[in-house]
Design a protein around this ligand. Structure first.
Ligand SMILES: Nc1ncnc2c1ncn2[C@@H]1O[C@H](COP(=O)(O)OP(=O)(O)O)[C@@H](O)[C@H]1O
Ligand SMILES: [Mg+2]
Length: 251
């Protein structure tokens, strides 16, 4: 139990368990994310990292345990659409940008998702929205490619564009699953900087296998294995843990 931190935390998971056909994908998982925190999650395949994100976003219901957002919002009582609306954005592994639209239009569409169909029909881009899109373009390093079709972006740039589309929704918490897989070394290094910038104004949870990238982030690391926390702390602390070496790093 971690009883006294719930009121101030962005995300509070306490003893969360979920089984699939008798297999415990999450086994009494407890994790707390603070406002403005950037947290890295590592761990072997099948550790439950993606399942944890499924629980947070309402895609999967826990069998047991507590899941609270922003202090006292009980996420186990909300559906996926509700949870997105509350301000939890999720980036999946594969980018899902609109390839036949420009970078700018992708961001404009993402900004529009907040509006009703009626409002969108009569919608003219306000100077405020333009400024917001320009700001996002800067954040995701795509200002010079704003008029390019998304199809023509590199894999890494598509990942950044999708992060930008999530930012247009102004999430309080951003969940990012394996963002640097398939990126060049330069893109990977840039992604670490970019996520740190994003975490200045919101909380970010990032799952990654790339230990160089995790080291670049320089934040608290949680290592999951078999559905629960194996070790938590600085990268040096976690990577020196014999359990982490045995279950993950030494493999
Ligand atoms: N919807 C599901 N149905 C059945 N099994 C699942 C489901 N989601 C995850 N699992 C299983 O739970 C375990 C944890 O998976 P996952 O969370 O994807 O691990 P990770 O992301 O850490 O690699 C795996 O054994 C996986 O096969
Ligand atoms: Mg996964």
């Amino acid at each position: 139990m971690i009883p006294d931190v719930k009121p101030s935390s962005v995300l509070y998971l306490n003893n969360v368990s979920v089984s699939f056909d008798g297999f415990k994908a999450l086994n009494s998982l407890s994790i707390v994310i603070e406002p403005g925190e950037l947290r890295a999650i590592i761990g072997p395949n099948g550790a439950g990292k993606t399942t944890m994100m499924d629980i947070i976003t309402g895609k999967t219901r826990p069998d047991e345990g507590e899941v609270f957002f922003n202090g006292d919002v009980d996420l186990t009582k909300r559906d996926e659409a509700d949870i997105a609306q509350l301000g939890i954005g999720r980036k999946f592994q594969k980018p899902t940008v609109f390839e036949s639209h420009t970078v700018w239009d992708n961001l404009e569409l993402a900004l529009n998702r907040k509006r009703s169909v009626f409002a969108t029909l009569f919608y003219r881009l306000s100077s405020e929205d333009k400024a917001r899109i320009e700001e996002i373009l800067e954040t995701v390093r795509l200002t010079h490619r704003r008029d390019e079709l998304a199809a023509n972006l590199s894999h890494g740039q598509k990942q950044w564009l999708e992060i930008g589309m999530l930012l247009a929704q102004e999430p309080k918490l951003l969940l990012v699953d394996e963002p640097v897989a398939g990126m060049t070394d330069a893109e990977t290094a840039e992604t670490a900087i970019l996520l740190k910038e994003i975490a200045r104004t919101r909380s970010v949870v990032v799952v990654e296998h790339d230990m160089g990238f995790i080291r670049d982030l320089g934040v608290k690391v949680t290592c999951l294995a078999e559905g629960s926390v194996l070790a938590e702390g600085s990268i040096d602390f976690v990577s020196a843990d014999p359990k982490v070496i045995e279950n993950y790093l030494g493999r």
